[in-house]
Write a protein that binds this ligand. Structure first.
Ligand SMILES: [Zn+2]
Length: 425
């Protein structure tokens, strides 16, 4: 048995009054955040004149300051749950901490800038509740939140409700958020799960996330197709994207087109995520070792080409889901080294192509003459990586499923095999 934190998200069907209450709480969180940020900026300026000045960095500090000033800043504060203001201040405290850690060099990843003010209509509308009446009702069609009351859910809460009734789950928090014009509630839940040490399978599978397909497996099984409805969404995405470019900045029409674009985007992402869940569950239950490629997440958001962006989010989502599912179901996850050239290497003889553009759908080996689907070739190379790992008796660092990264191992294998001095992607 292991305790894991899981999120359950449900779309909501609020009444008009509830919509206003939801928006009001998110607005309140934003007001508190912006007020706190302005205060921190002022105090930082004063700090230069008088070093004895105190800057409220932490949530308790910010909360104390807020309670002292709320009557003046927001005389209407009682209209919303106090959790709303707390949520905004909490977000600010975290943002400030990330910035400080990043500046000190104690934070991994891309450098984090100083927090910026949140603008209505531009920032994500969200508000988090951690105390008070947070419930999933027995009818599995309603949830209850502090101050906002009982809300109808758009879909059944069955999966979560069942666990709550069995006593294998506890709700820690609930976050309301808006995506385009739809409201969601996401429960952060502590779940007791049975965790198996091994699923009994010794097979190795390499997974390459594609664009034309959801994924291609090294086993030679037919490629897993994209959900059919996704194609329609992608076409709409391109069309509405062009439409947006023609709209006058700041106009009413531009705003409407942007909402539409966000809606299609959300739908495409949901479709792919759902399909990905089916795939990752079957991978983690049917195979002993699952190998995926490395993805540089910090660099990925910068690429604006739709195809690339989709495949990048696909890899990230695949890896995220496999990380916990391999733990649940007793298989192992191997993440290839970031320089492992899985696409450019011949999966039969190990020859490495100097260049492979995205449009080349077939891999043609100039050394042994192999002609194979590009994604299948990449998947086979990934599987090979783990076979080497197994053969060399290399102990997987973490059999409980946290990312098993072969580190520079992938590179070493490729060098020996292909006789190359340095690897390239
Ligand atoms: Zn070859």
């Amino acid at each position: 048995m292991a305790t894991v934190i899981q999120a359950y998200r449900f779309a909501l069907d609020p009444t008009a009054t509830q919509r206003r209450a939801l928006a009001s709480h998110c607005g309140a969180a934003r007001v508190a955040y912006n007020w706190g940020l302005a205060l921190v900026k002022t105090r930082l300026d004063q700090l230069q004149a008088d070093p004895s000045n105190r800057v409220p960095w932490t949530l308790p500090d910010l909360r104390r300051e807020w309670n002292r000033s709320k009557q003046q800043v927001a005389p209407w504060w009682a209209e919303n749950s106090k959790e709303a203001y707390n949520s905004g201040l909490d977000g600010l405290a975290r943002a400030l901490e990330n910035w400080r850690d990043s500046r000190r060099g104690s934070r991994k990843g891309r450098s984090v800038g100083f927090p910026r003010f949140k603008k209505k209509g531009h920032s994500r509308d969200a508000c988090r509740f951690t105390t008070g009446a947070i419930r999933v009702l027995l009818d599995r069609k309603h949830v209850q939140l502090p101050r906002i009351g009982v809300l109808k859910t758009h879909e059944s809460t069955r999966k979560l409700a069942r666990r709550l009734e069995q006593g294998t789950a506890r709700i820690l928090a609930a976050t309301i958020s808006r995506q385009a014009d739809r409201w969601y509630v996401s429960f952060t839940v502590e779940v007791d799960r049975a965790v198996s040490a091994s699923n009994g399978s010794t097979s190795v599978v390499g997974v390459d996330v594609g664009i034309r397909h959801l994924a291609v497996l090294s086993t030679g099984a037919p490629p897993i197709p994209n959900p059919r409805a996704l194609e329609g969404s992608l076409r709409a995405l391109r069309r509405v994207g062009r439409e947006l470019a023609r709209r006058e900045p700041g106009s009413r029409r531009r705003y409407r087109t942007r909402c539409r674009l966000a809606r299609i985007h959300g739908r495409a992402a949901n479709l792919r995520r759902d399909a990905m869940h089916k795939l990752t569950t079957s991978l983690a239950t049917e195979h002993g070792i699952v190998v995926v490629e490395h993805l540089n997440i910090a660099g990925m958001v910068r690429n604006r080409r739709l195809a690339r962006a989709l495949s990048d989010t696909g890899i990230a989502e695949l890896r995220r889901q496999l990380t916990y599912k391999t733990t649940w179901y007793g298989s192992r996850l191997v993440v290839a080294d970031r320089f492992y050239p899985s696409s450019k290497t011949c999966s039969v003889c190990g020859w490495v192509k100097a260049k492979l553009i995205l449009a080349e759908r077939t891999y043609t080996c100039e050394a042994c003459g192999l002609e194979v689907d590009r994604d299948l070739n990449a998947a086979r190379n990934l599987a090979k990586l783990a076979q080497h790992v197994a053969q060399s008796g290399w102990e997987t660092r973490n059999a409980r499923g946290a990312d098993i990264s072969p580190g520079t191992f992938g590179q070493a294998v490729m060098k020996r095999e292909a006789g190359i001095g340095s690897s390239s992607r």
